[in-house]
Design a protein around this ligand. Sequence first.
Ligand code: NAD
Ligand code: TDX
Length: 332
Amino acid sequence: MQKLLVTGGAGFIGSNFVHHALTGTDYSITVLDKLTYAGNLASLKGLPEDRFTFVQGDICDAPLVDRLVGEADVVVHFAAESHNDNSLHDPRPFLDTNIIGTYTLIEAARKHDTRYHHISTDEVYGDLELDDPQRFTESTPYNPSSPYSSTKAGSDLLVRAWVRSFGLRATISNCSNNYGPYQHVEKFIPRQITNVIDGIRPKLYGAGENVRDWIHATDHSSAVLAIIEKGEIGQTYLIGADGEKNNKEVVELILKHMGQPADAYDQVIDRPGHDLRYAIDSSRLRRELGWSPQFSDFEQGIENTIRWYRENEAWWRPQKDATEAKYKEQGQ
Ligand code: NAD
Ligand code: TDX
């Protein structure tokens, strides 16, 4: 039985991964999570008690990290400051958690020779023109735009250097935009769903032409499991499900499935430096590790996600007012 240390397991993708991994394998999992505003213990309810442990703590706490990494067979590092808009208003926590936190983890993994998997984002590659026929691949040069994506890029480069210089047994994955249950209401899709539930019109940054490449969090989880089990040490894998949609299309889909007119949204101030388009070519992952996404119908996925937020109001309600108040201050 493998022992996994999952950082950031009380966040959106980390919690989806923990549920997925504990269902599909006999692994035991320890989650290390600071429970920032983005972490929620309620996302980890109902897990098998004999195979799941929760530790509240900071990935920058070197003695704690050293002990937990020493007890694990594999580290899966999800913990991050993850929201672009926050990084534009207060970048410092992004440097601490995304850079120093990653450094702290890979130093411990180096010392204990622990297998390490690093979760990252397609945003490290910058953005594409709307009509560019190319998509991001593992060899696309890094060109991040925001404080968030530049700290994620920095953390990826640290991992690459630790592999080359110290023989760290690591893999990296860069995934596209995730959606699904347990996503914080600050993020695009849950913000608009919960706005409609509250009788507030969805808020589209600018004209809504920006394209994101959507993947269900369960498909991200199955890809990470495939990489842990079959990935080649030192390699980077791009994870994506061919889900390109512009933001206006996504808002219209949410409005349609929530019984609202297609134009019942507001256009608000655009995000500074807003990346235009992300698009992932995940052929290496599919070809070399035999992975494929199971949630290929985005409209069905959005319907399920709307249902989840309707049925789990107690999970998101405590964050909603403070999140909207912050956006209002920023004119968004
Ligand atoms: P999230 O913000 O929902 O969750 C982050 C979690 O990390 C929270 O539980 C938080 O409490 C915890 N955390 C933050 N700082 C910490 C610290 N210093 N020590 C310990 N725990 C800490 O984020 P998410 O959307 O689930 O993203 C998870 C990972 O996936 C991140 O590395 C992110 O860059 C990456 N990623 C996200 C997406 C996406 O669409 N959301 C896409 C690709 C990659
Ligand atoms: O209210 C909104 N209106 C709007 O039009 C919000 C919150 C967002 N947007 C736009 C901005 C983006 O073009 O929607 C798109 C998606 O926005 P976010 O949910 O903030 O995601 P994004 O900035 O694309 O980054 C996400 O995907 C990559 C995650 O937050 C990152 O952690 C991940 O690395």
